[in-house]
Design a protein around this ligand. Structure first.
Ligand SMILES: Nc1ncnc2c1ncn2[C@@H]1O[C@H](COP(=O)(O)OP(=O)(O)O)[C@@H](O)[C@H]1O
Ligand SMILES: N[C@@H](CCC(=O)OP(=O)(O)O)C(=O)O
Length: 265
């Protein structure tokens, strides 16, 4: 079942904040460089890639020397504004080493759910990928206040994957995959290799994030899975810190948790 990923050529890769930042929010250059190199290599192999990257608020937090994640809306907006440009600057720098052009795409909830805007957005993303440019998407946190926010990039990346009919969403996280309960709270938690039906999610204890930079934990990853299942789109959650994680996952190695939805639902 897992082998199906080998033949999938249209991938959305979602990068969680912890996969590219230090706990203090500043960009972790080794982590980002390693992920960019792997993504560039997959891109060179001919697959279509869209990146959804978190990290603007932590990066802004780091650059503004804030000791903790901002709580008020204006502070979050300010941190996102500072951090987003830092994030893109670093992606530009690393991808340009492999002669790959990237494009910043900032989305709001209306772009996902309002028909005309959704269509415009789909056209823009298709044009970029057809021209071999890698779109790097984030929520537009500077203008999206709580009531009009998607709120987390697990959900956003699933919506993007559906919108452009890509085949698989790969979520790069700080954990090896899904466990039957949060392994950071339960030492005896057992990892799950494959989920074949969305109903299986109901019996798993999905908790919130435990890190200073993450949003939503496993709760929002399960939301993403529930969005993808009816469209028969697969999903994979893997630990971004495992050596050569993307290459190995795309070779069909049994890493992380594979949500095999293409034949189910
Ligand atoms: N059942 C579960 N299996 C695995 N991780 C879980 C589970 N429930 C909660 N979590 C938490 O979800 C976290 C990953 O989500 P998050 O903190 O948002 O990080 P990221 O932004 O890197 O995806 C894990 O570090 C873990 O603490
Ligand atoms: N849009 C926010 C990211 C929100 C989010 O979902 O974060 P994460 O749980 O680290 O993927 C930012 O750029 O900081």
């Amino acid at each position: 079942m897992r082998q199906e990923i080998i033949t999938q050529n249209k991938l959305v890769i979602k990068i969680g904040s912890s996969s590219i930042t230090h706990e203090n929010g500043l960009i972790d250059l080794w982590k980002m460089e390693s992920l960019v190199r792997q993504i560039a290599n997959i891109h060179n192999s001919g697959k279509k890639i869209i990146v959804v990257s978190s990290g603007a608020i932590p990066a802004g937090m780091g650059k503004m020397h804030l000791s903790e994640r901002p709580k008020t809306i204006p502070e979050k907006q300010a941190a996102a504004a500072v951090g987003q440009s830092t994030l893109m600057h670093m992606y530009e720098k690393f991808f340009s080493e492999y002669s790959i052009t990237v494009a910043q795409v900032l989305l709001t909830k209306e772009d996902m759910y309002e028909e005309t805007r959704r269509e415009h957005c789909t056209n823009a993303l298709n044009t970029l990928t057809e021209r071999n440019i890698i779109p790097i998407i984030n929520e537009n946190d500077v203008v999206a206040i709580d009531e009009i926010k998607v709120g987390d990039n697990d959900t956003l990346s699933a919506e993007v994957c559906k919108m452009i009919s890509f085949e698989c969403l790969i979520i790069l996280s700080d954990i090896n995959g899904v466990y039957d309960k949060d392994p950071r709270q339960n030492a005896n938690a057992i990892q799950i290799s494959e989920i074949n039906n969305v109903k299986e999610l109901d019996s798993i204890d999905a908790g919130d994030s435990n890190s200073s930079v993450g949003t939503g934990g496993m709760i929002t990853k399960f939301n993403a899975a529930r969005l993808l299942a009816p469209s028969k789109i697969n999903m994979l959650i893997v630990n971004s810190q495992v050596d050569h994680i993307l290459d190995r996952s795309l070779d069909g190695e049994d890493l992380g948790t594979f949500f095999h939805f293409s034949n189910s639902y």
